[in-house]
Ligand binder design. Sequence first.
Ligand code: AMP
Length: 588
Amino acid sequence: MRFLALAETLDRIESTTKRLEMVDLISKLLQVAEDDIRETVFLLQGKIAPDYEGIELGMAEKIAIRALSSLSGLREEAIESELVKKGDLGKIGEELLKSKKQASLFSEELTVRKVYESLVKIARTGGGGSQTRKLQLILDLLHSAEPLEVRYLLRIVTGKMRIGVADMTIVDSIAVAFGSKERSDDVERAYNIMPNLPELAYRAMAGGIDSLSTIRITPGIPIRSMLAERLPSLSEILDRMDGKFAIEYKYDGLRTQVHKMGTKVELFSRRLENITAQFPDIVKEIIENVKVDNAILDGEAVPYNMASNEMLPFQEISRRRGRKYDLNETIERIPVVLFLFDAMMLNGKSLMEIPYAERRLRLINSVKESSKIKVAKSRVVTDVESADKFFNEALEAGCEGIMAKSIEDKSVYKPGAREFLWIKYKREYQLEMEDTVDLVVVGAFGGQGKRSGGYGALLMAVYSEEEDMFKTICKLGSGFSDEQLESLPRMLKPYSISARDPRVESTMEADYWFSPSLVLEVKGAEITLSPTHTCCADVVRKGAGLAIRFPRFTGKWRSDKKAEDATNEGEILEMYHSQRKKILADNP
Ligand code: AMP
């Protein structure tokens, strides 16, 4: 098929906003694409491979400009300044070459296949002299291109397909082209487990829409992630779930779909990009600890402070993404823990059709938990009180809320679906604790890894004037520099005691205890209800105290303060209440 047919379709799509019209245009194109159907769909999407294969076109805008300059005779700087004004190299190229149209009379017609194959060559060209070879390849294409073709060639090659046809529009177009609009659901079902539209279009063309029903989930090809609905309260969730559901920690990290095929492991993000290269540490853990083969698992990768055994804010993980160079150093600095919460395939057998509780059981049996790979915390609840208690535990552990999961017979794994089989419930706000607090060190926990021999985290307390007691409020392991960490044992030595100080009230068993003395300035994300800490125990709610979520040492040792000058319990209670008022005002 001529590339011009594709360019004309794209041009017409660009001038309509009606989805039905787009579907009509694309389906007509698919019907005439024949052997070039895969390439046609790829180019419609502005891609040369499905996202999960991680192949980037990788041509810098600079080279495209150079090609255009050599073809049109206009200086590169002039094209660059046009680009700043107009922002679309495709249109600029089209205009420039309109005046040179005769040139194309002397060259061969461009086909979809030829364009696709050249783009693949461009992507594969690397190493020394690659820029020159890429330039030659794009020049060859532009030489044979009509002005309209130039517009789309330049956009595709620089990764700026402006219209980028949405996947669901192509799903509908495949249904219309080789069946009818009514068959869209069937195409979508196949798309959910094989999100490769060019391949689906080819199969639908060759064997009809019915042939798509034979597609099965396959290790190595990501399936679309199952998603969750939301409800505003735990009691509504309980009602909706008919009085019983599994409640899980909702980890705040990066959705990670794990595919294990022998000793080969691939990881995919929620957007189905291949993220294997960024997480060699997870790959290693999977190989060592997932005992089954041909497996597809679902989970969340969470940045973690291994020393203090705490989850870290999600933002930390973004520092890992896209990094190629100093990966080893980053793995050491920002370790991640993978929390697995579902199994879609084990030993080559699909588990998507069996109920959630059964899938979870099999998941538990297939994974040997380690410090870096765990199964998500989960419990079955039948009343709001226990759900609420679990929710607070989740927040205190650093999670952003909970996921409620149906345990009824119908609780299958539904790829790509956002339904009430899974319901999320989280805090809808993000706020910084406005003030810092000054907390007293009353205990410490032994460190691991880099911190072995030292302290991984400190147990921190506030002061209660009324009772003359120190009440725990958080474990503190973040915000310390290496030197500060090193100096801790020396600084704390004078206060070391063999058992808990009688003035310290704690439900936690620390590895080391100190008489309350050393005061540190701490900043946290918010104050939450806590089932473990003793600060304000039973004051806001029976059976709960208050804790600081995501505490960080600010770097200030408050040596000017005695333990009794630390922030007191009453102040924490006030902060909790004013924070709640602010939340209510922000979310009426
Ligand atoms: P949201 O991104 O707020 O729509 O919430 C859905 C996301 O929560 C999922 O895509 C997962 O990345 C994440 N998540 C964390 N913990 C769980 C869990 N236990 N079950 C399912 N999803 C989870």
